[in-house]
Design a protein around this ligand. Structure first.
Ligand SMILES: [Mg+2]
Length: 266
């Protein structure tokens, strides 16, 4: 007997499934439990490293599911996208930029562990996992908007993509969350897909899913109106982070008729 997968949920982490400030995910527990009950894999999709995501999968009860790391440069649980050593090549391209552009960017690799801890609020061990980059480089743009545009353009000319997350500007070579999504869909062959995210680096993923959910994040300016919002294919949550995530997923399961005998979830 073959079992068909009714749904795959792709989700960003920081500011989406995890609280932007505290990284708490407890409010999303009811929806995660419901997804587990109906056999719907939850694919974590983030700029985080493989080491960070593997630990989160364990905490969230998602061990063994595919996951997308470093903004789509890598796929956990299947063959890897880019090859090892890409991070070193990326750093070389970064260091070849004119000093005026290079000095405006402070990447995780440029930072001491304590600096990453301060910026992210992560523990020492978690910050070390965040610094263990295989593919991509998150960091802060310290200059003005014009300088940032010049920086992104100069990197683009060298084949390096810069994507803005909720907190960090992440540089990578090749591969987006949406590229890896197609591989995950080919693997699970679900009847439907939902994607949830809060930041510009999630837009491709939100637009590639059957249903996209923009999770509100009061810590940065809202995403521009996306294609799909007019038809209701892409929706926005009122509440931020895991509270918004939980409500949106339960409401969508209801709308899609996937909740079976469950009642009383509001
Ligand atoms: Mg985010």
């Amino acid at each position: 007997m073959t079992t068909s997968i009714p749904l795959v949920v792709f989700t960003d982490l920081d500011g989406t499934l995890l609280d932007h400030v505290t990284y708490d995910w407890e409010p999303a527990r009811p929806a995660l439990a419901e997804l587990a009950r109906i056999g719907a894999p939850v694919v974590l999709s983030s700029s985080k490293t493989a080491a960070e995501i593997a630990q989160l999968q364990d905490r969230l009860g998602l061990t063994g599911h595919l996951a997308i790391c470093e903004n789509g440069c890598g796929l956990i649980g299947a063959r890897q996208g880019a090859g090892p050593g890409d991070h070193a090549a990326l750093r070389r391209e970064l260091d070849r930029l004119p000093p005026a552009l290079r000095q405006g960017f402070r990447g995780f690799t440029d930072m001491h562990l304590s600096e990453v801890m301060d910026l992210t609020g992560l523990s020492r061990d978690d910050a070390a996992r965040a610094k263990a980059r295989d593919f991509s480089e998150p960091g802060l743009w310290l200059g003005d908007d014009a300088g940032r545009a010049a920086f992104v353009a100069a990197l683009g000319a060298r084949g390096v993509t810069a994507r803005q997350g909720g907190r960090f500007l992440t540089l990578s070579v090749g591969g987006s969350k949406a590229d890896r999504m197609a591989e995950v869909i080919a693997h699970y062959r679900p009847a439907r897909t939902i994607a949830l995210g809060d930041a510009p680096n999630d837009i491709e993923m939100l637009e590639a899913a059957d249903i996209g959910v923009i999770v509100g994040n009061p810590h940065h300016s809202p995403l521009p109106r996306l294609r799909g919002e007019d038809t209701g294919r892409i929706i926005r949550t009122d509440r931020p982070g895991p509270v918004g995530w939980n409500r949106a997923v339960l409401a969508l399961l209801d709308r899609l008729g996937l909740q079976k005998d469950r009642q009383g979830h509001g």
